[in-house]
Write a new protein. Structure first.
Length: 754
């Protein structure tokens, strides 16, 4: 074996001293392998390090499996949510790295499954305090892993260049076996190739022997592999497009075996537009599974399938709409809307147009534009013969839009027949959804006690409806916690938030993490636990950023700004709100924006009060807890509308002491409550004395050998929040690893003893 590359030697030396690192190994274009991986595995094994290897499989790009999690567990793991996978991977690596440093080898980032890519993009930073060496095989050119590579380079990744490529050509060998193999992949099963060729495996032995002897193919054990990826690509590219597509379709048919779903979909997506209904069902199912793991990859697959059909084909519109729906769960919501707006609805059936407008409406609601959403809904509902199920979905979305717009009476009119029908349904999920919406309606009308009862009813029924996910904030436990924070039972919200979050992760709803952390930040703030509140809000922003979830960012920034004001960090709060604006069309979270802007306004808050005077109503005021309300009331006229609305809320919810007290405080205090009230100023900026109580607890548990998961269980917080506290500890103490933290703690203990 060649001498170990110096980059590998340096990375292993760092790992030996407890320091993490990232190595990007350029792949040999002829073999799609990196020779340094063998060196790395051999050297790491000799040093007693743990080794995790994720093999390269081309069709994994469309797989809902996680090869990384499977490598860590040693068995196939059903995947329902990519973020949940990332958490499981983090937990296992945390535990393994407590025993010895770990080397994680991802042989080919470009070919990796979406779950593994997501983990690779987020975990090296999140687990930056652990002794883990990430070695990742990368392409020299453009790749679907470009964002991952960029993220790893920001962490200071070292690049190991590929060895000079072998430029010898294997010559022209366009025999049918190799052509079929080139379509199947860089590796292929001989029996699949034989079935496509309508030959027996035995009849191909001579051709296989010749290809092996000539060095064109390599026997990799269970499969044959092209020795030179470039030769395979040249064979593939030389086939006429129509032939390639037809062969992909035939290969898909021959691969239809249990466990080969991603391979089948890979070939169908590269085949013809004449897919049978069974084929389409396979593709739709794959997109659905992939959407739970990686919405962006699901969207790209749907786009690819849409291109198999002519623009006028209904299947083209179907898959474009599906792609836009999945993009709506990513940071590319604007792109998704643009795609839908460009679609020509002429020639579509009424059902197809209505489905398209439903997706567009939900995307508009996601970005806070309920007015435009309602336009799409009304146009869809005006279409005849769209079907009862689609009409019900449109009416539900319309009712939510009315609530978001503060049009409560209209929401009641739209929802009344739906709720009546839902309560007689045999589907538990339908009943849960109905209870949640009825609770939301009651809460929007300031009927807190009724809202609590309905939300509690939904929570008690949620386990039987787990097969149908509900979007935040209408996950039952999350909605109940939100209502609790505006009631006399706010003390119950803390445990509910923690247990509800864990339950949601088990049910595959881990994408809702940013909202859970945001509501928990509000709960901590309401109980004057300001440092913990800030940590929860920062965690929400961090998780949303690494998962490309933009839906709750403005809400969370506003909540964090309010918290920072109360911590005495006015400069931080102003920076958070520097780009914030209150729009002419209010969005669901804009009352929190108003609350933050009132508090950070250095030259008066008349603009905010003017906006509140124009747009506030009972429903919008109920979107923030009573503790926020006094800041909305100005000391002087002419802005008196908010106080009048609060009086109305106090009358309706007279049985909730917290509501009545907040209304009284608003009347007596005016904007005095919005002045700066530093509660944690004076703390040192760095060193042990700068750590908050929670940070001290986390540091102490790390020093005694606890994993992040164990710390989370002991402190009754999430693993992500522990990570936030730990990052703060490292920053304030100017260290990077747990080893350094332990050393400093021991040194400090010795000094205090002396």
């Amino acid at each position: 074996m060649a001498p170990v590359r110096p980059e590998i030697v340096d990375a292993l030396a760092r790992l030996k001293h407890g320091k993490p690192s990232v190595v990007l190994a350029e792949l040999d274009p002829s073999t799609r392998t990196a020779s340094v991986f063998a060196q790395l595995r051999s050297a790491a094994q000799a040093m007693g390090f743990g080794i995790v290897v994720v093999s390269a499989v081309e069709s994994d790009q469309l797989s809902a499996r996680s090869r990384l999690l499977e490598a860590l567990t040693g068995c196939d793991v059903p995947v329902s949510d990519g973020r949940a996978v990332t958490d499981q991977v983090a937990e296992r690596l945390d535990a393994i790295s407590q025993k010895s440093p770990v080397v994680v080898v991802i042989e080919d980032a470009h070919w990796s499954d979406p779950g593994t890519l997501l983990a690779l993009r987020t975990l090296p930073e999140l687990l930056g305090h652990l002794p883990i060496l990430w070695a990742v095989g990368v392409d020299a050119g453009d790749s679907r892993a470009d964002r991952v590579v960029a993220a790893l380079k920001r962490l200071g990744a070292t690049t190991v260049t590929a060895e000079p490529a072998d430029t010898r050509s294997p010559g022209r060998r366009p025999i049918a076996l190799l052509q079929i193999g080139a379509v199947i992949g860089i590796e292929f099963d001989l029996d699949v190739a034989a079935r496509v060729l309508d030959r027996s495996v035995g009849s191909l032995l001579g051709e296989v022997d010749n290809a092996l002897a000539a060095g064109v193919l390599i026997d990799s054990g269970s499969k044959l592999r092209f020795a030179d990826a470039r030769f395979r690509n040249s064979l593939y590219d030389a086939l006429p497009s129509s032939v390639r597509k037809a062969l992909h379709y035939e290969v898909a048919g021959q691969m239809a075996l249990p466990g080969a779903e991603s391979e089948v979909v890979w070939h169908l997506a590269h085949s013809t537009g004449r897919l049978a209904e069974d084929d389409l069902a396979v593709v739709r199912s794959a997109i659905g599974r992939l959407g739970a793991v990686a919405p962006e990859d699901a969207a790209e697959l749907a786009f690819q399938v849409s291109e198999l059909f002519a623009p006028s084909d209904t299947h083209h519109v179907e898959f474009i709409t599906t792609a836009a729906r999945h993009l709506g769960d990513t940071s590319r919501v604007g792109e998704a809307l643009s795609i839908l707006e460009r679609l020509n609805v002429r020639g579509l059936s009424n059902r197809e147009e209505a489905r398209l407008r439903l997706v567009a409406a939900r995307l508009h609601q996601a970005v806070g534009d309920d007015t435009e959403a309602m336009s799409h809904i009304n146009r869809a509902l005006a279409l005849p013969a769209i079907g009862a199920e689609l009409e019900l979905a449109l009416l539900k979305t319309k009712a939510v839009g009315h609530v978001n717009l503060g049009e409560i009476e209209a929401a009641i009119q739209v929802s009344r027949p739906m709720l009546r029908s839902a309560r007689h349904s045999s589907d538990p999920a339908t009943k849960v959804s109905a209870d949640l919406f009825a609770s939301q309606l009651a809460f929007s009308r300031a009927r807190v006690t009724t809202a609590l009862a309905l939300a509690g009813q939904a929570v008690s029924s949620v386990e039987v409806s787990a097969s149908r996910p509900l979007h935040a904030p209408r996950i039952p436990e999350l909605w109940l916690a939100t209502v609790l924070l505006s009631s006399d039972r706010s003390d119950e919200a803390s445990d509910l938030l923690l247990e509800g979050q864990r339950s949601s992760e088990r049910r595959g709803l881990a994408w809702s993490l940013p909202y859970w952390h945001t509501v928990r930040a509000i709960e901590r703030w309401m109980h004057d636990e300001l440092d913990d509140a800030a940590a929860e809000a920062e965690t929400a922003l961090h998780v949303a950023d690494r998962l490309d979830i933009v839906r709750y960012l403005e809400l969370t920034r506003s909540v964090l700004a309010v918290i920072e004001i109360d911590r005495g960090n006015a400069t931080v709060a102003r920076r958070l709100m520097a780009q914030a604006k209150l729009p002419h069309r209010p969005r669901a979270y804009d009352m929190w924006t108003a609350a933050a802007l009132v508090r950070v306004a250095s030259d008066g808050a008349d603009d905010v009060h003017r906006w509140l005077d124009s747009h506030a109503n009972v429903a919008r005021l109920m979107t923030v807890p009573p503790k926020v309300w006094p800041g909305f009331v100005p000391l002087r006229p002419p802005f008196e509308r908010v106080q009048s609305l609060l009086d109305e809320i106090g009358h309706i919810s007279h049985d909730q002491r917290v509501v009545v007290s907040a209304v009284a405080a608003a009347r007596s205090a005016g904007t005095q409550s919005s002045a700066l009230h530093p509660k944690s100023a004076g703390r040192a900026a760095s060193g042990w004395d700068s750590l908050t109580v929670s940070e001290q607890r986390v540091a102490g548990l790390v020093v005694t050998g606890h994993t992040n998961r164990a710390i989370a269980e002991q402190l009754h917080v999430s693993v992500h929040t522990v990570g936030t506290h730990l990052r703060h500890v490292f920053t304030k103490l100017d260290i990077n690893t747990r080893v350094e933290l332990t050393r400093l703690a021991l040194q400090r203990g010795t000094e205090e003893t002396v």
